[in-house]
Design a protein around this ligand. Structure first.
Ligand SMILES: Nc1ncnc2c1ncn2[C@@H]1O[C@H](COP(=O)(O)OP(=O)(O)OP(=O)(O)O)[C@@H](O)[C@H]1O
Ligand SMILES: [Mg+2]
Length: 438
């Protein structure tokens, strides 16, 4: 086999060219990163950065060394040893299992001649910084725009959290909240089907975040507290998560019933802790679910500690600010009618999550079915599913897919979907029956 003019493989072994490129890219990236003090961890492609992440230092420490197990864990290549041996400019240390260049210049020439090398360089600022000088039409600046910032990484969030946990003697804090890194979000904003009103409000908050300094300068601080209202399954939680993905900031999810039920006596303290955590993770989104919980405690004849906790919560909401603290607060409720004026007036943006109309239902169905094979008419299904939420539609589709699988098919059909809708409607009828006789 001949690669860029060098015949390097004797015998039967045929290496996988993609693997080979990846290994050399990794070695080159490590080599250049190790030599240049001006490059930072943000210049590394996300996968490499995540792999070499140093939690305590919150960076990727120099020197990066490349070992066989790094190649295996990064690219899943089991033949790393053999493939590495095949390249003449790579030195392989059997004992330490460390891989090094013998003649880096040769590796640099070899790499740039490979098919797809330009694409790899354009996505890798470390490489682009090196090859930019050789005038092959790549730019460091353009490459940096291709790399996701470290703030999206689960590893980055974990190291922030580890630091906070270490400085706090109360380890329970992390049992109160659910932390989500932007890269963990499964449904990005462009897979959410939103009403024009929802889109406009989300756009507005994005603009406010972008111009945070300006808003602070002119003293406009009453911004950045949103209340999401809507029936269960209309997309409130998904939209908050998608926003975290879009803004590349972590999401701190709290359920009010959790804070109170587990640690009743400590509720006020817990509320304060959650807000402290959000400030420490700033910029971030603090998502408080089941917000109507505060109303329930006020109406019923609850424990005095709970009432105190509600006051603590309202006060904490007053005191936190997107403009000053970098915390966007989103609360969500299925029961907006339970909230009194004191709660309502704390939000500058109320976002309604209505039941999807026919057009939205079709879009949701199309998105869920986008990777499912089959012959079906989603317009017809959208027409049959009046009053279904996004979550109901997902359940219907799951049902249809399972139905086809039990018949040993992966392609679904229109009858699969229609029977799934019928079953679901039956289910709703049963649920209502139980409800009325209870
Ligand atoms: N408008 C929508 N566009 C796309 N997907 C949606 C939409 N509404 C709901 N879904 C889907 O339905 C599921 C449930 O949505 P989600 O959990 O966000 O609802 P919710 O409003 O937070 O419900 P709850 O009040 O019960 O917490 C998610 O998997 C989501 O993908
Ligand atoms: Mg929810």
């Amino acid at each position: 086999m001949e690669i860029a003019g060098i015949d390097i493989f004797g015998g039967d072994y045929t290496p996988d060219p993609t693997n080979l490129h990846n290994i050399v890219e990794l070695l080159l990236t490590a080599h250049i990163y190790n030599q240049s003090e001006t490059l930072t961890e943000d210049d590394l492609p996300a996968e490499i950065r995540k792999h070499y992440w140093d939690s305590a230092g919150k960076t990727v420490k120099r020197p990066i060394s490349v070992r066989v197990q790094d190649v295996t864990s990064l690219y899943g290549s089991n033949n790393a040893k053999q493939e590495i041996k095949a390249l003449p400019f790579i030195d392989f240390d059997e004992f330490g299992a460390e891989i090094r260049f013998t003649i880096p210049a040769l590796a640099k020439d070899w790499f740039v001649k490979q098919e797809d090398a330009m694409d790899q360089i354009r996505m890798n600022p470390v490489l682009a910084s090196f090859y930019e000088e050789s005038g092959i039409g790549v730019s460091y600046k353009e490459a940096t725009a291709q790399v996701q910032p470290k703030e999206r990484d689960r590893e980055y969030l974990n190291s922030l959290v580890a630091e906070i946990a270490a400085s706090d003697d109360d380890v329970d804090l992390l049992t109160l909240v659910h932390l989500i890194a932007p890269e963990d979000v499964r449904q990005p904003m462009d897979e959410m089907v939103l009403t024009p009103d929802q889109e406009a409000k989300i756009e507005r908050i994005m603009q406010a975040i972008k111009h945070r300094d300006y808003l602070r300068d002119i003293g406009l601080r009453e911004i950045g507290k949103m209340l999401f209202i809507g029936l269960p399954g209309t997309g409130k939680t998904s939209a908050a998560r998608a926003l975290s993905e879009k803004l590349s900031v972590p999401l701190v999810e709290v359920r009010l019933s959790m804070i109170t039920s587990q640690y009743l006596g400590e509720t006020s303290k817990n509320v304060d802790k959650v807000f402290e955590l959000a400030k420490k993770l700033s910029p971030c989104i603090l998502f408080i679910d089941e917000f109507d919980f505060i109303a329930k405690t006020r109406m019923s004849d609850e424990h005095a500690t709970l009432k105190r906790a509600v006051n603590t919560l309202l006060k904490a909401i007053d005191e936190i600010s997107l403009i000053d603290d970098g915390v966007l607060m989103i609360c969500a409720t299925n029961h907006p009618n339970l909230l009194d004026r004191a709660a309502w007036r704390r939000f500058d943006e109320i976002v309604d999550f209505p039941l999807p109309n026919t057009e939205m239902r079709k879009k949701i169905i199309d998105i869920v079915l986008s990777r499912v094979e089959g012959d079906f008419d989603t317009q017809e299904i959208a027409g049959m599913t009046e009053e279904f939420t996004g979550s109901d539609l997902r359940m219907v589709i799951r049902e249809a897919v399972l139905r086809s699988l039990t018949e040993n098919r992966t392609a679904i059909t229109q009858p699969d979907l229609i029977s799934a809708v019928d079953d679901f409607s039956d289910r709703v009828r049963l649920m209502m029956m139980e409800y009325t006789t209870a």
